[in-house]
Design a protein around this ligand. Structure first.
Ligand code: NDP
Length: 244
């Protein structure tokens, strides 16, 4: 346990980057509160962390439901007495060309990737302000900086997360730190949700150079480990071999 042990809530902790982040931050001595819909995965991860001497708990979470997100943050606060860091990591990426008109998938990306982040901020800000400070870490993407075919809506959601993060930073008066972590292609289950055949095919070569989720977790842990007067605002981390 480090002397700077924090209480950290992570959304989307059941796989990929969220899971790796939970593991890494728990190994650093922080206390983890994990959320996602697949509670069997969260149960196994919590047990793994606790068996390794760490501290973790979990609660089922659907980030598209504002009341659920509020309950998640309250539960973290009740369990550990404070909430130092919220990692808004949950995300979906059902890519497709706009002309495929997969409107339901557009809605889902907006609901999870944008509304989910806003609901997290709405739930956590009052808690952080009341305790005198905190840290919001939003996981965006290199798609927050550039657009590519089949990714218009996904990139739009990630541009939005970047804008929201910068706005929150400017309004925070120094009491709430804000970090945007933008990964390039990373090994996870994210691309499994692509149903459109054109986008699916395009992903095969693109994802061949994926870096491990632990690489993103390490970058995120760097921001979390800074002293209270230091705010790491943006981190972009790509596989060295990635062009996009
Ligand atoms: P995964 O698909 O492995 O993980 C996504 C996580 O989000 C899962 O834990 C999933 O949990 C959770 N999630 C999805 N929908 C919801 C929901 N409605 N409520 C709560 N949790 C939800 O992908 P990654 O680890 O790659 O994705 C993590 C973040 O990283 C995302 O924001 C993604 O956009 C971003 N990212 C990923 C990149 C990559 O190449 N992998 C590159 C750039 C950014 P469950 O299904 O159990 O609810």
């Amino acid at each position: 346990m480090t002397s700077a042990a924090k209480v950290v809530a992570v959304t989307g902790a059941s796989s990929g980057i969220g899971e790796a982040t939970a593991r890494r931050l728990a190994a650093d001595g922080h206390r983890l509160f994990l959320g996602a819909r697949r509670t069997d995965r969260l149960d196994a991860l919590t047990e793994e962390i606790e068996s390794a001497g760490g501290t973790a708990a979990f609660q089922r979470l659907d980030v598209t439901d504002a009341a659920d997100v509020r309950a998640f943050v309250s539960a973290a606060h009740e369990r550990f007495g404070r909430l130092d860091v919220l990692v808004n990591n949950a995300g979906v990426m059902p890519l497709s060309p706009l002309a495929a008109l997969r409107v339901e998938e557009w809605d889902r990306m907006i609901d999870v990737n944008v509304r989910g982040v806003l609901y997290g901020i709405a739930a956590a800000l009052p808690v952080m302000r009341a305790q005198g400070g905190g840290h919001v870490v939003n996981v965006a993407s290199v798609g927050a900086y550039q657009v590519s075919p089949t990714a218009a809506v996904y990139c739009a959601t990630k541009f939005a997360v970047r804008a929201i993060s910068e706005g929150l930073r400017q309004e925070s008066d120094g009491d709430v730190r804000v970090t945007l972590v933008s990964p390039g292609v990373t090994g996870s289950e994210l691309a499994d949700g692509i149903a459109d055949p054109v986008a699916k095919e395009a992903m095969v070569a693109y994802r061949a150079v994926a870096m491990p989720a632990a690489a993103v977790a390490d970058a995120l842990a760097y921001a979390v480990s800074q002293p209270s007067g230091v705010d790491v605002n943006e981190i972009v981390v790509r596989p060295a071999a990635s062009v996009a």
